[in-house]
Design a protein around this ligand. Structure first.
Ligand SMILES: Cc1cc2nc3c(=O)[nH]c(=O)nc-3n(C[C@H](O)[C@H](O)[C@H](O)COP(=O)(O)OP(=O)(O)OC[C@H]3O[C@@H](n4cnc5c(N)ncnc54)[C@H](O)[C@@H]3O)c2cc1C
Length: 289
């Protein structure tokens, strides 16, 4: 499988990048780490004539804490940047852990957060945990900037609301006190396997009461989904093992997984039941610290 011919352009600024995307239209495509794009070009699934690389946009690699805003992750941060970030290890270990359980070390060294979100693969590992944490994203285009909730980005498998001349610039995880979070992935191998189910929770606690809960399920629908009925059920309830088990049954009932080569719908629903309970318990323990 040979890579077809293409032109390559690496602009020096975000503005130039958006202008280039505008100018070249559907012939052009954004290239971040290339782990998705290059593989698809080799297999003929993508045929861009021009690849516009983000590699000179150093500003998009930062991971920083901004007071009053939260943790800001540049779209070019690699999975291993998330794994090794002292800020994420301190504030949102669940995000570092989700990145750590992805792919191989080589892929984690070049694959980016932006690429993981923009490729909109239903089994991708970062959307569930970032959605559960209420992340927002900043899109930059030739007409300016816009912010949206990450959970509103996805419209179907490999489909998002990002316009052709827009770049995902950053992801912001807002501050949330007394909140613990957790992501559990089940793949068919211990490492380097896509998620059969990926389940993330973020739980805010006040003493023994759950004041807010967000549950996001990946690989169980065309896009990541929130288990909203279960979230509503948990809000205001006193924490107990029975409560968390009941939440697992509810979340499983809310999911609509399909059967495919990696697992049956029934198996996925059972994973969701067990993971919901387990992830809630871990997140609650973290939220109490
Ligand atoms: C062997 C292997 C194993 C893998 N394992 C996993 C896994 O376990 N879990 C998982 O979730 N994924 C996995 N992946 C998928 C892939 O590595 C990730 O989704 C990765 O994060 C993609 O990032 P990238 O920077 O390489 O994206 P690219 O390939 O460069 O781009 C992907 C898509 O996003 C667009 N894009 C990229 N950045 C931006 C931006 N900032 N703004 C606008 N559009 C943008 C590109 O145009 C393209 O459409 C695996 C891939 C391989 C090859």
């Amino acid at each position: 499988m040979y890579l077809p011919d293409f032109d390559y352009y690496a602009p020096d600024s975000l503005a130039e990048t958006c202008e280039a995307l505008d100018r070249f239209g559907s012939k052009a495509m954004v290239l971040a780490g290339g782990t998705d794009v290059i593989a698809k070009m080799k297999s003929g699934l993508l045929t861009p004539e021009i690849l516009i690389s983000l590699k000179k946009l150093e500003n998009l690699k930062k991971i920083e804490y901004v007071t009053g805003k939260g943790v800001v992750i540049g779209a070019r941060a690699t999975h291993n940047d998330l794994v090794n970030s002292p800020i994420l290890n301190d504030k949102y270990l669940s995000v570092s852990e989700a990145a750590h359980h992805m792919a191989s070390n080589q892929i984690r060294n070049i694959g980016t957060v932006g690429g993981n979100l923009c490729s909109a693969v239903p089994s991708a590992d970062l959307p569930p945990i970032l959605i559960a944490l209420g992340a927002t994203i900043k899109l930059v285009g030739t007409n300016g900037e816009r912010m949206m909730l990450l959970e509103d980005l996805f419209t179907g498998p490999m489909k998002t609301l990002i316009a052709h001349n827009e770049i995902l610039a950053e992801i912001v995880i807002p501050d949330q006190a007394s909140t613990g979070s957790n992501y559990i992935k089940f793949g068919l191998r211990r490492s380097g396997a896509l998620a059969v189910v990926g389940l993330a929770v973020a739980v805010t606690v006040n003493g023994e009461t759950i004041t807010e809960a967000k549950i996001t399920i990946g690989a169980a629908a065309p896009t990541p989904i929130r288990a909203r009925e279960t979230e509503n059920f948990l809000r205001g309830k006193i924490i107990s093992d029975d409560l968390l088990a009941e939440a697992g049954v509810m979340a499983s009932g809310e999911s609509k997984p399909i059967s495919d080569i990696r697992g049956s719908a029934e198996y996925r629903r059972d994973l969701i039941r067990v993971f919901t309970k387990r992830a809630l318990r871990k997140a609650i323990n973290e939220g109490h610290i």
